[in-house]
Design a protein around this ligand. Structure first.
Ligand SMILES: Cc1cc2nc3c(=O)[nH]c(=O)nc-3n(C[C@H](O)[C@H](O)[C@H](O)COP(=O)(O)OP(=O)(O)OC[C@H]3O[C@@H](n4cnc5c(N)ncnc54)[C@H](O)[C@@H]3O)c2cc1C
Length: 454
């Protein structure tokens, strides 16, 4: 039987990576497709709010096989698409409400982990969005000023000048940092697997190694036969193409990650991150890092899209794109000289056509979905799960009027337009980053990138 250890450092560090082959129910009230954070948080809150409800989660591989077991472990009080909501006068009020709900989400995850005894190495050290260029520094400073002008506090967001920022992290380029306290570093596989354990203890069935090939209102076609379900929720994020009726709804975008060997205290004094802050350097083609509880550096970068939305199950350590991420880490953190990289892997993020998350449930067909986090779903999926549980139970709440609700995107274009579109956006981002690294503002390339992604 496949142990799944190879899919990420996180999985490799788990004591148990086996799957549980449970009996499949033929009839269920709520069927959830996908046992990542979104599926499991939805199941968890549904069962908490309505203990008598019967729920089955169908998972093609094993719990946490997708992005939830492979990510950078930033549990952040942020999500894609927030800038637009906050900048526009017409949406600012709702944007602020959503932003505050995201802030609370980090604490909610910490609270559930504590009360349910899930040891996911949660450390709320905040995030250092280091400015790798003067242009990024300018943007970050303006953003902090703007956020404070609309009511957020110094505790929420503040600017650290070059000296202050360099005390906290030593990168090869450091022009100051945008700091937010609303982020925790976590071990994502411990969170997703711990959450599954709690869900099972609550009586939720999680059927692993059971792909759902397709579904229509009221029924699912799975690898182990048909299932009747009153309500069906899709939580398949970057893998949505695997369901026949759901093609072109989500674009699978890869991100690659490395983990170093555990480093000594002296090495960490050279690097910084004393509070296990997560960090990036503000480039558009994103990189991200965290210090793990066992003193490794986990560092990732966005890597791209394959023609036809091709999905690769696992990414090996020697993949070219993983090596590029390793070079980026070594270039950014000079103290990594002589430090061995022990793990390299990749994973799939889900991108919806409007590049922001959505939580949608249709009362008539009794089907719904949540996702589209574009690589920022560790925290956001908890909020999505709480929203979805209210929608499924038809309970009106402050959450069910948040801007994500029923903000359904249109479908992605057919190929080759899709591939050309994504490659163009990558190109704009890359050109803008290179130009700014050379000290030149990049209004055209940066403007084009932000127009599609910002
Ligand atoms: C490399 C990487 C780094 C990231 N870093 C961060 C980060 O640091 N912070 C952050 O906030 N976000 C990060 N993200 C994004 C974050 O991990 C995701 O947004 C989040 O985990 C999404 O959870 P999910 O449950 O919606 O999807 P997933 O975790 O992908 O789960 C979907 C599950 O559905 C299953 N599935 C799919 N299709 C079917 C089917 N047909 N039948 C049955 N099962 C199916 C899959 O096997 C999978 O287990 C990162 C993503 C990647 C790939």
């Amino acid at each position: 039987m496949d142990s799944y250890q190879h899919i990420s450092y996180w999985f490799d560090s788990l004591e148990d990576t086996s799957s549980l082959v449970e009996e499949i129910p033929r009839q269920i009230e709520v069927a959830i497709v996908g046992a990542g954070f979104t599926g499991l948080w939805t199941a968890y809150y549904l069962k908490k709010k309505s203990p008598g409800i019967s729920i089955a989660v169908f998972e093609a591989e094993t719990v946490g096989f997708g992005a939830s077991g492979r990510n950078g472990g930033w549990c952040m009080g942020a999500a894609t698409g927030m800038e637009r909501l906050l900048y526009r006068d017409s949406t600012r009020g709702e944007g602020i409400r959503l932003q505050r709900a995201l802030h609370d989400t980090v604490d909610e995850i910490g609270r559930v982990c504590q009360s349910e005894n899930i040891d996911c190495h949660f450390a709320k050290g905040g995030t250092l969005n280091v400015a790798g260029t003067t242009e990024v520094a300018k943007r970050h400073r303006e953003w902090v000023t703007f956020l404070q002008s609309i009511g957020f506090s110094e505790e929420d967001y503040r600017w650290l000048d070059e000296q202050e920022s360099s005390k906290r992290i030593r990168l090869s380029r450091n022009h100051g940092a945008f700091y937010t306290s609303h982020c925790a570093a976590i071990h994502p596989a411990r969170l997703v697997r711990g959450l599954a354990r709690v869900c099972r203890q609550m009586g939720i069935k999680i059927i692993e190694k059971c792909p759902v090939f397709d579904y229509q209102p009221g029924k699912l076609v799975t690898g182990r036969g048909g299932v009747s379900a009153e309500k069906i929720i899709r939580a398949t994020e970057g893998y949505t193409e695997s369901i026949k009726s759901q093609k072109r709804k989500m674009l699978p975008l890869y991100s690659m990650v490395i983990a170093t060997e555990p480093m000594t205290d002296e090495k960490w004094q050279e690097i910084g991150l004393a509070n296990r802050e997560t960090f990036d350097d503000g480039r558009r083609v994103v990189v991200y890092g965290q210090r793990t509880l066992d003193n490794r550096l986990v560092f990732g970068g966005r890597a791209g899209y394959y023609f036809g939305s091709r999905i690769r199950g696992t990414i090996p350590r020697d993949d070219k794109a993983v090596k590029i991420v390793e070079s980026a880490a070594r270039e950014l953190i000079p103290a990594l000289q002589g430090v061995e990289v022990t793990h390299g892997w990749g994973g799939l993020m889900g991108v919806s056509r409007h590049w922001r998350p959505c939580v949608s449930y249709d009362e008539t067909s009794r089907t719904g979905w949540a996702g589209g986090y574009t690589g920022e779903g560790v925290g956001a999926s908890n909020l999505a799960g709480r929203i979805m549980s209210d929608l499924v139970l038809a309970q009106k709440s402050d959450l069910t009027t948040l801007p994500w609700v029923d903000d359904n995107p249109r479908k992605w274009e057919p190929e080759p337009i899709r591939w050309l579109g994504v490659k163009s956006i990558e190109f704009f981002g890359d050109r803008a980053d290179k130009s700014e690294a050379n000290g030149k503002p990049s209004r055209i390339w940066g403007g084009l990138f932000d127009r599609f992604v910002g």
